[in-house]
Write a protein that binds this ligand. Structure first.
Ligand code: ATP
Ligand code: ZN
Length: 303
């Protein structure tokens, strides 16, 4: 396989991704988006969770949600917060002077009460907590959002803004774990049917710092996270295109998410990375989607 950088160049040359000058921030062509839409439709049709509640949040959430959720403990290096100009005419003049002089104008910006959504499921837990106890049958939420992570990279599969669709399950421990395990099998079948070579492996989140190493080891030891891997940039280090996460009562404790019997709920989520799956398809079936195998086209765009 060619190197990461050359795959990104190939995508730029084909016009599928549009360079912005910043690694990890790209425009997407109509062709690229047709594939994203195809994957989205496939997830709804063949991965559909009857009874799941569909919710869509914007790609920013209250800063308090990021603070409460513990994201800054584990991933301060990936977090993005929103800053805006909140000054008067004098401050505006100063800002324009800085800009003209090529000086740093961002010191004039103030933090507002927003943070960029790091994973589509983050706004779901406070939403559920506000509703009160979860019924014994549990609840499934279908959520999708642009997400931000400050991880600039030349690997086209590692973007700073990308889309994730997730099914989030909130309920009793055994049924939540069963949901996660059912999905790792269903994910393999769903994505394997697209003619992609898939493997499932235990994984860990990229926790920050020295303490993070211990958290990552514990996550692996308990097999809380699995990823569905597809070679995209290279065969040696395949790319996580789906993840299957069992949080136990981590988020429930934070948000006081309880079952009707008063016990803490457990939560799990399965996350599909739209851009990574789309790039995997272009990588394995070629840049011209009209020439893709018929069964792949039928799966993505039936009728
Ligand atoms: P990685 O280990 O490669 O950083 P991850 O497994 O930690 O990714 P999750 O936090 O589980 O990622 O996110 C769910 C899904 O979102 C991933 O399976 C992947 O498809 C997608 N994703 C995560 N990070 C990125 C990114 N930087 N660019 C594009 N897609 C991403
Ligand atoms: Zn999630």
């Amino acid at each position: 396989m060619p190197t990461e950088n050359s795959f990104r160049d190939t995508l730029f040359d084909a016009g599928l991704l549009i360079a912005s000058g910043v690694d990890g921030i790209y425009g997407r062509s109509g062709e690229f988006e047709s594939v994203v839409d195809g994957i989205d439709g496939l997830i709804s049709r063949d991965g559909g969770m009857p009874g799941a509640e569909v919710v869509r949040f914007p790609p920013a959430m209250p800063r308090s949600v990021m603070e409460t959720s513990g994201y800054l403990k584990g991933f301060p290096h990936l977090a993005g917060t929103v800053h805006c100009f909140c000054g008067d005419d004098r401050a505006h003049k100063k800002l324009l002077q800085c800009l003209e002089a090529g000086e740093d104008w961002t010191a004039q910006q103030q933090s507002v009460d927003l943070a960029l959504t790091p994973a589509a499921c983050y706004p779901v837990y406070p939403m559920m907590a506000l509703r009160g106890p979860v019924s014994a049958a549990g609840h499934i939420v279908d959520v999708s959002s642009y997400c931000f992570r400050h991880e600039p990279s030349v690997e086209p599969t590692r973007m700073q803004m990308f889309r994730m669709r997730e099914f989030v399950c909130i309920g009793a421990p055994a049924s939540v774990l069963a949901f996660r395990d059912m999905w790792s099998e269903r994910g393999r079948v769903l994505i394997g049917a697209l003619g992609l070579p898939v493997a499932i492996d235990v994984a860990n989140d990229p926790f920050f710092g020295r303490g993070g190493k211990i958290m990552a080891e514990s996550q692996r030891d308990q097999a809380l996270k699995y990823e569905l891997l597809v070679p995209v940039n290279s065969t040696e280090s395949p790319t996580a295109c789906l993840s299957f996460n069992y949080h136990m009562d981590h988020f429930s404790e934070i948000w006081d998410l309880r079952m009707e019997d008063g016990s803490l709920a457990h939560t799990a989520c399965v996350g599909f990375g739209f851009e990574r799956l789309t790039l995997a398809l272009f990588r394995h079936h070629g840049l011209d989607r009209s020439a893709w195998p018929q069964h792949v086209k039928t799966a993505l765009w039936p009728s």
